[in-house]
Write a protein that binds this ligand. Structure first.
Ligand code: DOR
Ligand code: ZN
Length: 345
């Protein structure tokens, strides 16, 4: 039995770090394992300019406590986004990607895109400069069942968009369905997907086990078991189109445990251990490095990290809570449960 595993240092290709005291609490947790992280721009107000992203990047670096941690910034796409601003952010090496939230799809997405025709000039520009578009892939039509919103998005939005912009590079973020797995596989080298640890571990029953479980609620919401199994198979396949993105999304306990609790599962405190636990359970540790450390940089056209991390087979318990000071207390995914792997110092 393998008792330790050494990987080229992984990156997190989708994370929410927030700002202020929450940033101070969570950034070091991401930086402890990951070399780089694609940082989501859904702050309030959202990160829509090169200047805002430059300033936010500095705050993240300072909060991370790790001199070599590299935040990779994203631009929040609105109906009004100026393609020239995206081009400038690219030229100045500030923006790594642009994030599309359909307006109203999730936390702080009210300023997102209401009409895809409005963003055609930005998509043209992205295609031209080779910068990826990161997509929250859910329709917001209230007539569509929440469990179907990702599959319907493929048919109504993503498929037509890829056809209209044949050279556009797209990351279908935090996929949750068999339909998304199949679609990404068929999409050729310009299409990839991130997969979260929680969607590899829970299905939708987890939200209702013995009562309502707000800390298991995120968007896209977890689906049926058959979908989880498809995600597991995809993540552990080693295929270049699937890579690590935690979608770690911290909210204070008060915001989660309320009459209208926020969407988001916080996994940064144990992310690499969770993935290792899952890959080990699937007897797929040999594919972990491709998923965690190689496929992401290859898609983004970046070099792989040069240093390594080591995980040892050792029981450790996920912390019950993370103190975020004035931003409250955050409950980690699988708080209090024991995982079979721990990141070595
Ligand atoms: O569950 C989620 N939380 N999904 C998202 O898309 C956004 C995120 C957040 O920012 O809290
Ligand atoms: Zn996210």
């Amino acid at each position: 039995m393998t008792d330790s595993i050494t990987l080229r240092r992984p990156d997190d290709w989708h994370v929410h770090l927030r700002d202020g005291p929450m940033l101070a609490a969570v950034a070091p947790l991401t930086a402890r394992a990951f070399g780089r992280a694609i940082v989501m721009p859904n702050l309030a107000p959202p990160v829509t300019t090169v200047q805002a992203a430059t300033d936010y990047r500095e705050r993240i670096k300072a909060a991370s406590g790790a001199a070599d941690f590299m935040p990779l910034m994203t631009c929040y796409l609105t109906d009004e986004t100026d393609a020239a601003e995206v081009r400038l952010g690219f030229k100045e090496a500030v923006f790594t990607a642009v994030k599309l939230y359909p307006a109203g799809a999730t936390t702080n997405s009210a300023d997102g895109v209401t009409d895809m025709t409005r963003i055609a000039p930005v998509l043209e520009t992205l295609q031209d400069i080779g910068m990826p578009l990161l997509v929250h892939g859910e329709v917001t039509d209230p007539d569509i069942d929440i469990f179907d919103r990702e599959a319907v998005f493929i048919d109504r939005v993503l498929g037509p968009m890829l056809a209209d912009f044949p050279a556009l590079k797209v990351v279908f973020e935090h996929i949750t369905t068999t339909q998304a797995v199949g679609f990404v596989r068929a999409g050729g080298p310009r299409l990839a997907a991130t997969i979260t640890p929680h969607h590899l571990i829970i299905n939708r029953n987890a939200m209702f086990r013995g009562g309502i479980r707000p800390h298991m609620y995120c968007l896209p919401v977890a689906k049926r078991e058959a979908h989880r199994l498809a995600l597991l198979e995809a993540a552990t396949s080693g295929e270049a189109c699937f890579f690590l993105g935690t979608d770690s999304a911290p909210h204070g306990i008060a915001e989660k445990q309320s009459a209208c609790g926020c969407a988001g599962i916080f996994s940064a405190a144990s992310a690499i251990e969770l993935y290792t636990h899952v890959f080990d359970r699937e007897k797929a540790l040999g594919q972990l490095e491709a998923f965690a450390s190689k496929n992401g940089p290859a898609f983004y056209g970046l070099a792989e990290n040069t240093d390594t991390i080591t995980l040892t087979r050792q029981d450790w318990t996920v912390p019950e809570a993370i103190d975020a000071g004035a931003a409250g207390t955050v409950r980690p995914f699988m708080a209090g449960e024991t995982l079979g792997w721990q990141l070595a110092d």
